[in-house]
Design a binder for this molecule. Structure first.
Ligand code: DSN
Length: 390
C-alpha cells in the first residue's frame, strides 16, 4: 500500500485486534477469503438493479456473484427458492429494517417491537429512530421479575393495539425466542411477523438456535456478527400472492438505495459457504458453550447476569446492581485491562443509555480465534479482578 498513513493505521488496528480480548457481542473476525473479496476489483463496478436487470452495462460477472450469494443464503437456511425471496444489497441492519418496513408497512402504520432498554434495537421503533417517527411505535418490555419475554403481556398489547407488523429477534437479549408464540400472536392481531436475527443468524446456521423461518413473513440478518461475514445485511421475504418480493426489491432500488457494493456481496457469499460446513457447526456449538461458561463463572464470582444465564452467544451483566459499578465505568476499566465490551442498559434500567447499569458480552470473536471453556473461566476471573479493583 502506497498511502503510508492509512497503511500504518490498518496495521495498528490489526495489532490492536490481536492484542485484546474481544467480547463485543456483535463483532467477529472474518476469514482471509472474505477480506480478499472486500478488497477486490468488484468494488469498481456499478450495478444498480438486480441480476439480469441492471441499469449499467458490463454486469455479466457481477450478476453471477450476486446470484451466488442469494443461492447460498437460501441453501444455508434450508429455504426453497419458490417459497422465499432474498435481497442481499443492503449495507447493514438499520437500513435493511428500514427498507423492509418501507416496503411492507404503510407510513403511519404501527410497528410493535421490544424497547431498547429491554434488549430491542433502535430500528424496532425507538422514538429517536426514523422507525419510531414515520411509523407509530408500540413497545413492549420484558417481565421485570424473570427478565425474559412475557408472551402473554405481548399478546394482550398486540390485540389491544393491532400493529401492522411485530418485530421479534433482539440485540441484547440472551435467551431463545419462541418464534411459534410470536407467530400465533401476530395471527391473533392480524400483524406481519418480522424476525431480526442479526445476532443469532450464525447460531441458526450452525443448528444450535431455533430457525425463525417456519414462522416469519420476513427475516433480516446482518452478516457480520455470529455469521462471521463482512458488514452487510440480507433480507428474506415470503414469496407468495402478497407480492412482498416485488415490493421489497422496488423499495431497495429505486426506492431507497443506489449501487450495491458487490465486493461486500462477494464477501457475504464466501461467508455463507463457510457457514455451511461441519466446522462452522462445531464453532456455533462452542460459541454457546463458551458464553454459558463465562456467564456461570461470573455468577459464581458474585456478578448478576440478566435472566440468570444465556442460551446464545450473548450475556448481559448487571454491574451496577451487583457491585455499584456503572456500565460506562466497567467498560472503561476493562478496556484498560485489554478486555473490550460495550456498556448496555439492563431490563428496567433507570440509568441513562450513556451510563447504564450494565455491560453486554459475547463470545463469537474469541471462539473464532480458538478460545474454549477454560479460557472463559480465566477471562471471567480477570474481569472480576479488574472490576473489583483487586
Ligand atoms: N450495533 C449492533 C449491535 O451491537 O448489536 C446493533 O446495531
Amino acid at each position: 500500500m502506497k498511502d503510508t498513513q492509512i497503511k500504518k493505521l490498518i496495521t495498528a488496528e490489526g495489532k490492536r485486534q490481536k492484542s485484546v480480548i474481544n467480547l463485543i457481542a456483535s463483532e467477529n473476525y472474518v476469514s482471509k477469503d472474505v477480506l480478499a473479496a472486500l478488497g477486490s476489483v468488484l468494488t469498481n463496478k456499478y450495478a444498480e438493479g438486480y441480476p439480469g436487470r441492471r441499469y449499467y452495462g458490463g454486469n455479466e460477472i457481477i450478476d453471477k456473484v450476486e446470484t451466488l450469494a442469494i443461492d447460498r443464503a437460501l441453501k444455508l437456511f434450508k429455504l426453497k427458492p419458490d417459497a422465499w425471496h432474498v435481497n442481499v444489497q443492503l449495507l447493514s441492519g438499520s437500513p435493511a429494517n428500514f427498507a423492509l418496513y418501507s416496503a411492507l408497512v404503510p407510513i403511519g402504520g404501527k410497528i410493535m417491537g421490544m424497547k431498547l432498554t429491554s434488549g430491542g434495537h433502535l430500528t424496532h421503533g425507538h422514538p429517536l429512530s426514523m422507525t419510531g417517527k414515520l411509523w407509530k411505535p408500540i413497545q413492549f418490555e420484558l417481565d421485570p421479575k424473570t427478565e425474559v419475554i412475557d408472551y402473554d403481556a405481548i399478546e394482550k398489547l398486540a390485540i389491544q393495539e393491532k400493529p401492522d407488523i411485530i418485530v421479534a429477534g433482539f440485540t441484547a437479549y440472551p435467551r431463545v425466542v419462541d418464534f411459534k408464540k410470536f407467530r400465533s400472536i401476530a395471527d391473533k392481531c392480524g400483524a406481519l411477523l418480522h424476525i431480526d436475527m442479526s445476532h443469532f443468524a450464525g447460531l441458526v446456521a450452525g443448528g444450535v438456535y431455533p430457525s425463525p423461518f417456519p414462522y416469519a413473513d420476513s427475516v433480516m440478518t446482518t452478516t457480520h456478527k455470529s455469521l462471521r461475514g463482512p458488514r452487510q445485511a440480507i433480507l428474506f421475504v415470503k414469496k407468495d400472492e402478497r407480492g412482498f418480493d416485488k415490493k421489497l426489491d422496488k423499495m431497495v432500488i429505486p426506492g431507497l438505495f443506489g449501487g450495491p457494493h458487490e465486493n461486500n456481496i462477494a464477501g457475504v457469499a464466501i461467508a455463507l459457504k463457510e457457514a455451511d460446513t461441519p466446522a462452522f457447526k462445531k464453532y456455533a456449538k462452542q460459541v454457546i458453550k463458551n458464553a454459558q461458561t463465562l456467564a456461570k463463572e461470573l455468577q459464581r464470582l458474585g456478578w448478576k447476569i440478566v435472566s440468570g444465564g444465556t442460551d446464545s452467544h450473548l450475556i448481559l451483566m448487571d454491574t451496577f446492581s451487583s457491585n455499584g459499578v456503572t456500565g460506562s465505568d466497567a467498560s472503561k476499566k476493562l478496556e484498560k485491562a485489554g478486555i473490550i465490551v460495550n456498556m448496555n442498559t439492563v431490563p428496567g434500567d433507570t440509568r441513562s443509555v450513556m451510563d447504564p447499569s450494565g455491560i453486554r458480552l459475547g463470545t463469537c470473536a474469541e471462539t473464532t480465534i480458538g478460545k474454549k471453556e477454560k479460557d472463559m473461566i480465566k477471562i471471567a476471573q480477570k474481569m472480576d479482578k479488574v472490576l473489583r479493583g483487586k
